[in-house]
Design a protein around this ligand. Structure first.
Ligand code: NAD
Length: 485
């Protein structure tokens, strides 16, 4: 495997069907989180570029909205096959600018071919309906039309997947879009734009811009032609963008953070659950919005769980994601190291015990070890704020009601997990836990055919599943009489 940066993506804006390099625009350094070194420059959009992107999307919408679904579907199928073809190179660049182990990056990109195919299939089924009329000679129809130009903002943790999901939903429904990807890990979004370009997407249907996030989002959300906002990221930023969009009655899909509770009952396969959860937590060094993050274990199973979890999690090999021996990569940014350290310090000050890890591994890359804290009180910051990293708090519960009330105590509600061999317990908890997704005895989330979304402050709207186009369509009712009464 080539570990140099020589083959790194040529970073660019993509506006009106053209890739635009810096040429005097401000630029931002791209840093390899495994070395802490800058190795590429990303051009930022000027205000004129942003306006050009919105105008291009607006012009393209006039024809793309009327492009037959079967043609939109064919385009998405070509996209799927290009994703499969280019996955190795795209994945390698994700590892360079985001840090995750190469095997995980390959899986991230390859899974997107299936997301594109699911949207290719579903976009042919955006049906309307006929409502029986009260009067002879009257025909009442309901159709669903694309809402218009969308502005999408996607984060760095799954830079290809999270962007791809928004783009295929917008384009599949007949909308056009301006996408701002993650400036820290930009290669995947530029590669995505090249795929759509090469698949024959008409100019202006997809535009990619970069810049200072708050400036770009404010500009795009306030652009009159933009009718829908889609954001994946933190609840704090999501609420800011939602208030801007709400002030102008613009539609929004918000996939925000969570703090996923895991309830392990004493009738579960405790050791298997512990090993499975440790492996799940390893993924992307815990920088996953659905990562299990608050571990409530029945007091009778607690010691067995902690021992088995620690045996699997503590020895993980942390290193450069391009090293095939690496099991967990660096965190994506220096600021995530500081965030982990602050959570660990606070938990220990409140009486938690450190089982393993707990401090930065070295000063060059952004490496933080697998970290476990036990006996973490519910008011520790680690139990209240989404850690978004490899720090695991484990605590006990005594009864189902105790576990449920503590699991539901936070304002978040994205994913949740239950481990039990009792069907009655599984059904009882799944029916009462406040979350958009529940995994029982396994992970099973985020597939193309299943809806992904949160409740409470974890967001609104779903991506994936048959719900995927709902946020991009408006309903039109037409009542037609054969003659004037
Ligand atoms: P952050 O809040 O600064 O940024 C999160 C993401 O939002 C980044 O991609 C950033 O570019 C973008 N962003 C920030 N301000 C924005 C704005 N005004 N307009 C548009 N986009 C904006 O935090 P961070 O340090 O990058 O990430 C840590 C936190 O972000 C985590 O605690 C986690 O809650 C959240 N996050 C969630 C997801 C997710 O999949 N839901 C992904 C990445 C980050």
């Amino acid at each position: 495997m080539d570990t140099t940066t020589a083959q790194y993506e040529a970073l660019a804006l993509y506006i009106g069907g053209r890739f635009l390099s810096a040429r005097g625009r401000p630029e931002q350094e791209v840093i390899n989180p495994a070395t802490g070194e800058a190795f590429a420059q990303l051009p930022h959009a000027t205000r004129e570029d942003l306006d050009n992107a919105v105008n291009a999307a607006s012009d393209a919408f006039q024809s793309w909205r009327h492009t037959p679904a079967i043609e939109r579907s064919a385009l998405l199928r070509r996209v799927a096959s290009l994703i499969r073809e280019r996955a190795p190179q795209i994945a390698r660049n994700i590892t360079l600018d985001q840090g995750k182990p190469l095997a995980e990056a390959i899986l991230e990109v390859q899974s997107c071919a299936e997301h594109a195919e699911w949207h290719a299939e579903e976009c042919r089924r955006i049906y309307g309906r006929v409502i029986p009329a009260r009067t002879p000679g009257v025909q009442q129809t309901v159709s669903r039309e694309p809402i218009g130009v969308c502005a999408a903002f996607t984060p760095w943790n799954f830079p290809f997947n999270l962007a791809l999901r928004k783009v295929v939903a917008a384009l599949g429904s007949g909308c056009t879009t301006v996408l701002k990807g993650p400036e820290d890990s930009p290669s995947a979004v530029v590669a995505l734009a090249r795929i759509f370009h090469d698949a024959g997407l008409p100019a202006g249907c997809l535009n990619v811009v970069w810049g200072v996030p708050s400036e770009v989002s404010t500009h795009l959300i306030n652009a009159p032609a933009v009718r829908k906002i889609s954001f994946t990221g933190s609840a704090t930023v999501g609420k800011q963008l939602a208030s801007m969009a709400g002030a102008q009655m613009k539609r929004m899909t918000m996939e925000l953070g969570g703090h996923s509770p895991v309830l392990v009952f004493d009738d579960a396969d405790v050791e298997q659950a512990a090993r499975f959860l440790a492996r799940t937590k390893t993924r992307n060094a815990g920088q996953v919005c659905m990562a299990p993050s608050r571990f409530f274990v029945h007091e009778k199973a607690y010691e067995r769980f902690v021992d088995a979890f620690t045996a699997e999690y503590a020895p993980l090999r942390v290193g450069d994601g391009l090293d095939p021996q690496t099991q967990m990569g660096p965190l994506a940014h220096e600021r995530r190291i500081d965030a982990m350290q602050a959570l660990v310090t606070d938990a220990r000050e409140r009486g938690a015990s450190l089982v393993c890890g707990g401090s930065r591994l070295d000063e060059t890359g952004y490496f933080f070890p697998p970290t476990i804290l036990t006996g973490v009180p519910d008011d520790a910051r680690l139990m209240v704020e989404e850690p978004f990293g490899p720090v695991v708090p484990i605590t006990t519960f005594s009864s189902t009601e105790d576990a449920l009330s503590r699991a539901n105590a936070l304002p978040y509600g994205l994913a949740s997990y239950v481990f039990t061999n009792s069907i009655a317990t599984a059904e009882y908890v799944a029916g009462r836990i406040e979350a958009g997704m529940v995994g029982i005895n396994h992970f099973g989330l985020a597939l193309p055919e299943t809806p992904l979304g949160g409740v409470k402050e974890s967001g609104m709207g779903s991506e994936g599943g048959i719900e995927t186009f709902d946020g991009y369509l408006v309903t039109k009712f037409v009542s037609q009489a054969s003659r004037v009464p």
